[in-house]
Design a protein around this ligand. Structure first.
Ligand SMILES: Cc1ncc(COP(=O)(O)O)c(C=O)c1O
Length: 425
């Protein structure tokens, strides 16, 4: 039996000889575009690259409007503010997500209401959403986590029944489709991140998309110190529909703008995204099929209504009992050593996450004793999130999905090797 790499044996993949595909991806097109921006002197503020990217991203997602901004955190905040959500309002979100999804709700003085997720997709459990609705609920933020899709049919049904806004957090789902509609274009607003690890990246950055003109106007003002949309850029996006803010009809806001350098990189990256997603999806589907034959590891459930996958991390479920009692932490360490790439856990559930600690900021968040109690994350019970994070998750960056089928065979062989040697760990 081959010795495990974590115990000093040879790894299944020697990444010095055979490295994983690199991320981020760029070539001379980005170099040329960045130089163009540099030499133009237009480095920010509704420049030609920004407008081009907004137009292309709207077309890509099928939404009427796309607005780029500084990152995928401020886009969530802008989305909440555009929907008029604030003090006294509750917003329902999954307990398993990056802290920004909840932190932005706090930052608009609303109450984040954490609910549990589905064990087989790690996305918000719609039955828990219904249970969490109160007269104060104003919005749901489904997160399409690691490339899984939240059940958007159910979410839209619930939202319609209770008259709620739906803000899709698509930081992990650029290009995924549900029943032929792109992620982010199903709810009222879609929010995207272009941080370095994401499917489409400029190092940092984000976008909001919407097909609602009133929301578009507010979103555009919110990212730009509250200025009304400029008629030229607005009319390009709007193609003549709606009424622009009158001069003087400003919003209170700050500067959440993207730079022209980021937009230049995004214009080029977006051209590559469909082909990259296709490779990731083919490999993700193939690797999931390989996992079926290894005991104790289970691919995420993919819904038939997902007409395009857009895998982000390759995430899968782990069952310690079937792995001869090997704790998941040891499984991940052993697999990391075989693959030469980090195999991580899911996000920490937000009721236990060291980066989601509202009570560390009383000067901002202690609006009243009642609110202070309501924003305590520890008041929520999230047993499924706990089980996923502490006992059963493995996540690998999407760059492993950008290689060949033979690479996927190696990933499966590595998992099999850890399984065969589990009793030695
Ligand atoms: C689910 C989710 N939402 C929002 C964000 C925030 O995006 P950004 O890092 O661009 O602010 C992230 C970033 O990782 C994320 O994973």
């Amino acid at each position: 039996m081959t010795k495990l790499a974590v115990l000093g044996g040879s790894p299944v993949r020697d990444t010095k000889v055979n490295p994983w595909p690199k991320w981020p991806v760029w070539d001379e097109k980005e170099e040329k575009a960045i130089l163009e921006v540099l030499n133009s002197g237009v480095w920010s503020y509704n420049g030609p690259k920004e407008l081009e990217f907004n137009k292309s991203f709207a077309e890509f997602t099928g939404a009427k409007y796309a607005i780029a901004a500084a990152n995928g955190t401020v886009t969530l905040q802008m989305a909440l503010e555009a929907c008029g959500i604030g003090i006294g309002d509750e917003v329902i979100l999954p307990g398993l997500t990056w802290q920004a999804t909840a932190a932005t709700i706090l930052d608009v003085n609303a109450t984040p209401v954490l609910v549990d997720v589905c064990e087989d997709t790690w996305c918000i459990d719609t039955k828990e959403v219904e249970k969490a609705i109160t007269p104060r609920t104003k919005a749901i933020i489904p997160v399409h986590l690691y490339g899984s899709f939240a059940d958007m049919d159910e979410i839209m049904r619930i939202a319609k029944k209770h008259n709620l806004w739906v803000i899709e957090d698509c930081a992990h789902k650029h290009g995924g489709e549900w029943n032929g509609k792109k992620a982010g274009s199903i709810g009222d607003i879609g929010s995207f991140s272009y941080q370095l690890s994401k499917h489409l990246t400029a190092g940092e950055g984000g976008s909001v998309i919407t097909s609602n003109f009133e929301l578009y106007e507010k979103l555009d003002a919110l990212r730009n110190c509250g200025r009304r949309p400029e008629p030229e850029s607005a009319s390009k996006a709007d193609k003549g529909e709606g009424v622009y803010f009158d001069a003087g009809n400003f919003y209170q806001s700050g500067n959440y703008r993207i730079t022209e350098f980021q937009a230049a990189i995004l214009v080029e990256g977006l051209k590559r995204l469909p082909a990259q997603n296709k490779v990731r999806d083919e490999n993700g589907i193939y690797l999931s099929s390989l996992l079926e034959s290894i005991p104790g590891v289970m691919p995420m459930r993919r819904d038939k209504r997902e007409t395009k996958e857009a895998y982000f991390n390759f995430a899968f479920r782990y069952n310690q009992a079937e792995f001869k009692g090997l704790p998941v932490q040891k499984f991940r360490a052993a697999l990391t050593a075989e693959l030469g790439i980090e195999v991580g856990a899911s996000y920490t559930p937000l009721n236990k996450c060291s980066l989601y600690v509202p009570h560390t900021k009383p000067a901002r968040h202690k609006l009243s004793e009642e609110y202070w109690a309501a924003i305590n994350p520890e008041r929520f019970e999230l047993p499924v999130c706990d089980k996923i994070h502490y006992e059963g998750s493995a996540c690998i960056h999407h760059k492993i999905l950008m290689g060949t089928k033979a690479d996927m065979d190696l990933v499966a062989a590595s998992i099999r090797k850890v399984y065969d040697n589990a009793e030695n760990l």
